[in-house]
Design a binder for this molecule. Structure first.
Ligand code: GLO
Ligand code: MG
Length: 401
């Protein structure tokens, strides 16, 4: 069974939307922490994650308040750490919120204005220290407001350099101070909150990661099924390429109608997504990827209601439903993997020519040129994909014969 993470921000989210305010009562960071600890005690999750701002407020005039043990920031962080430790819940990932504060409305690490880039850098370094305080392993950079609405608003000759500088700085700070973070993670998104964002897809994020000072430190955390699907791209491509590059850190998980705004529906909640998620789990298992899934979605706004009891119960229910849906998909993926008939159909399509496969893998062009595979026989075989998918559908819908 996969290790699961539920972040602070998903549970905290009171779920407003651009057309209506939030309905759910707000909870303090300590109250959110208590719900997450309860979820750990119920055996639902093993890990959590947070933005700096979900834990403690940021004061730009005092960006090192976390270093002063007498500050309110330090006291709150201490208290959260004590509660997490008592529950055995690990903070696996820290991320810097560069989207909420209005000063970052034109961007964070890649903001054209050096004054704002400096504020963003200081906030990222403080987030890294907070992550270290909790023993976090991952630092996530989500592209957030690093983007544009109009093409003439950005200094394009410098824009990606700014982004590289900001991320290199984060890595250098971690290394020089021997902090707990062992992997940087880049999360792409095509749009929202900006009209266009600088890293719209996992492919863009992977390409950028190779241009950083220490490419091996940086990987990605695609958001499945949301971010890639917003522009009708496939989660399979994003994840398989990231695994093939050895750069899939973890997966962000929720549900989405392809082509729409960022739905952030809970896992498998919505009109589509069941077959995709089962497929994703099946594929990652085949690829031998061992990492964890982190929910990144929120309560459906319809499912909220005001009041202090609702504020806790609805959020706990939200955690339970995410986990239940994930486990359903996971069990189904295991069933598909174990199905002999499906495996035989795959084998028939993929072909059994180990000699030729080895030849290609060795890449010896002389021997490759010398081979004469039986074109007529290869071309005479129908590629029976619809039959194979029907077998998968039978398994998905519970018909075994
Ligand atoms: C929003 C993103 C966001 C990030 C988070 C972590 O669309 O998914 O939730 O995952 O800020 O960096
Ligand atoms: Mg995300």
């Amino acid at each position: 069974m996969r290790v699961l993470s539920m972040p602070f921000w998903c549970v905290e989210n009171p779920v407003g939307d651009p057309f209506g305010r939030s309905i759910l009562d707000r909870l303090s960071p300590l109250e959110v922490c208590d719900l997450l600890c309860a979820a750990k005690r119920e055996g639902l999750i093993e890990l959590t994650a947070s933005h700096d701002d979900n834990l403690v407020p940021w004061d730009p005039a005092n960006p090192e308040d976390d270093q002063d043990p007498a500050s309110q920031t330090s006291r709150t962080l201490q208290e959260i750490r004590l509660r997490l430790q008592a529950a055995g819940l690990r903070m696996a990932m820290i991320t810097c919120d560069l989207h909420g504060n209005p000063v970052f409305r034109g961007g964070g690490l890649a903001n054209p204005n050096p004054g704002i880039r400096l504020l963003a850098a200081q906030k990222v370094l403080r987030s890294i220290r907070i992550g270290h305080f909790f023993g976090a392993e991952y630092l996530t950079y989500w592209v957030a407001r690093d983007g544009f609405e109009t093409q003439f608003a950005l200094p394009w000759e410098n824009t990606y350099r700014y982004l590289l500088e900001g991320l290199n700085l984060a890595r250098r700070y971690i290394r020089d101070n021997k902090l707990s973070i062992r992997k940087g993670s880049i999360e792409s998104k095509p749009n929202e909150p900006r009209g266009e964002m600088l890293l719209p897809t996992t492919g863009h994020a992977l390409a950028l990661s190779d241009a950083l000072e220490e490419p091996g430190f940086w990987g990605v955390n695609p958001e499945i099924l949301q971010h890639e699907a917003m522009t009708n791209l496939s989660p399979f491509v994003a994840l398989a390429l990231a695994v093939a590059r050895g750069k899939l850190n973890f997966v962000h998980l929720g549900n989405q109608k392809p082509g729409q705004f960022d739905n952030d529906n809970p896992t498998m909640i919505g009109m589509s997504g069941v077959k995709e998620l089962v497929g994703v789990l099946w594929m990652l298992e085949r690829m031998g990827w061992q990492g964890h899934f982190e929910f990144d979605n929120h309560v459906l706004r319809t499912d909220t209601a005001p009041g202090a009891d609702n504020a806790r119960e609805i959020r706990m229910d939200f955690i339970r439903l995410n986990v239940e849906n994930f486990r359903l998909a996971e069990a189904k993926a295991a069933e598909l993997s174990a199905d002999r008939e499906l495996a035989a159909m795959q084998k028939a399509i993929w072909g059994e020519l180990p000699g030729l496969a080895d030849l290609l893998a060795r890449g010896d062009w002389r021997r490759i040129l010398a081979e004469r595979p039986d074109y007529g026989q290869l071309n005479a075989q129908a590629v029976r994909i619809a039959r194979l998918d029907t077998r998968a559908n039978r398994l998905l819908l519970g018909r075994r014969e």
